[in-house]
Design a protein around this ligand. Structure first.
Ligand code: FAD
Ligand code: UDP
Length: 366
């Protein structure tokens, strides 16, 4: 008899949702994480009464009522709507690309004028069958927007030329011909009232959790504790990089407390030019409409991942996708190990998609 039904490696959203559902079904779970806290990348830390998103700005959004009801059963969500600004060479533009942006760029006032302007630039580019991020972006929004708001940001973020990146990355951003600065098209959106830790705590209530435990330091002994293992870390690391290393992008966060009530008037301001090394400045209090006397801001500097760093973004280009498939094929042969989440599935998942994936997995295996 093993001590636990499931050993869950990673206390991020995938691990926490899996643990919650398994616990509900009477399964005994042990959750471990190598960080000194739970929540993975949605973790926030209170500084000056403000919930600071320690691993980058997180805005919850989904079109799926089931997932929205699920998260709301653990914590109430506020009505925050993400409407970032882009700062390009000192000028501000609204995001995502919408009538406000087109007016700021070209002084066009109607959708017809904006569409004509974009059409003219797309035709001049001669792109008919976009093959990469650059071609996809130009064929959607034309060359002006591409050069001011996309190329610099994208090449900093990914450390690769936009011509070498997959087109799907830019399709994440809405393009609309209305005066609407909502960054997402989804029906439901918000930030947990009191911060994301409330969601994690709700999910993990009543479940044994051990932090500062690295699975790879004691793999065999840890796996021996449970009937099955759920692994949410880097899949290539799990298999000792036997086919080679997958590439990830990492981030360095520079957090700063300012003696200032309101620094930039918005939660997210992107810096889209290539020569500024950070991609965005986050002012955390605005996620929860905070009125504290001080403010906390974070600059986000992208960098290439190497061992010992946190892997934040999978690089889903052709080369890495091929390599990932080799690891995925190995993982599919495992009888007692389940792989899930952004790192183990090597997918550019948002939170609602991770929850969807974890719920589908639990439905299949429990
Ligand atoms: P993680 O949160 O990465 O959790 C994995 C956990 O496993 C980590 O805690 C890690 O420490 C642990 N672990 C790994 N290896 C080991 C090991 N060997 N031993 C022990 N523990 C281990 N999504 C949105 O919906 N909206 C947003 O606005 C948004 N913004 C984002 C901004 C940034 C900068 C980033 C990086 C992501 C953002 N996301 C956003 C995506 C979101 O963070 C993820 O979808 C989600 O948090 C992934 O959950 P996960 O459980 O798969 O992974
Ligand atoms: N992007 C851009 N300019 C911006 C914001 C985003 O070119 O001002 C591109 C960039 O390639 C980025 C992608 O759109 O990687 C997806 O942006 P999103 O805001 O969804 O990125 P995330 O929050 O996941 O880092």
């Amino acid at each position: 008899m093993k001590q636990y039904d499931y050993l869950i490696v990673g206390a991020g959203l995938f691990g926490a949702v899996f643990a919650h559902e398994a616990n509900k079904k009477g399964k005994k779970c042990l959750v471990i994480d190598r960080r000194n806290h739970t929540g993975g990348n949605i973790f926030s830390e209170e500084v000056e009464g403000i919930n600071v998103h320690k691993y980058g700005a997180h805005i919850f959004h989904t079109n799926d009522k089931g997932i929205w009801d699920y998260v709301n059963s653990f914590v109430e969500f506020n009505r925050y709507t993400n409407s970032p600004l882009a700062n390009f060479e000192g000028e501000l533009f609204n995001l995502p690309f919408n009538m406000n942006t087109f007016y700021q760029l070209w002084k066009v006032k109607t959708p017809e004028e904006a569409q004509a302007k974009i059409q003219e630039q797309v035709e001049a580019s001669g792109i008919t069958d976009p093959q990469n991020l650059e071609e996809q972006a130009i064929s959607l929004v034309g060359t002006d927007i591409y050069h001011k708001l996309i190329k610099g940001y994208t090449e900093k973020q990914w450390g690769r030329k936009a011509t070498e990146l997959p087109a799907f990355i830019i399709k994440r951003l809405p393009l609309r011909f209305t005066f609407d600065n909502n960054y997402f098209n989804d029906k439901y959106q918000g930030i947990p009232v009191g911060g994301y830790n409330k969601l994690t705590e709700g999910l993990l209530a009543g479940i044994e959790v051990r932090t500062e435990v690295d699975f790879f330091k004691d793999k065999e002994a840890l796996m021996a504790l449970a009937e099955k293992t759920v692994f949410t870390g880097n899949i290539d690391e799990f298999y000792d990089y036997q086919f080679g290393k997958l590439e990830y992008r990492s981030l360095k966060f520079e957090h700063e407390v300012l003696d200032n009530e309101n620094f930039q008037g918005n939660a997210v301001v992107n810096y889209t030019e290539a020569h500024i090394p950070f991609t965005r400045i986050i002012e955390h209090k605005h996620f929860e409409f905070g009125k504290q006397a001080k403010t906390v801001v974070t600059k986000e500097y992208p960098c290439e991942w190497s061992a010992g760093m946190e892997a934040y973004y999978p690089v889903n280009d052709d080369k890495n996708t091929e390599l990932f498939k080799k690891y995925r094929d190995l993982s599919r042969q495992e009888e007692n190990i389940i792989f899930g989440g952004r790192l183990a599935e090597y997918k550019y998942y948002d939170m609602h998609q991770v929850i969807g994936s974890a719920l589908a997995t639990t439905k299949a295996v429990l």
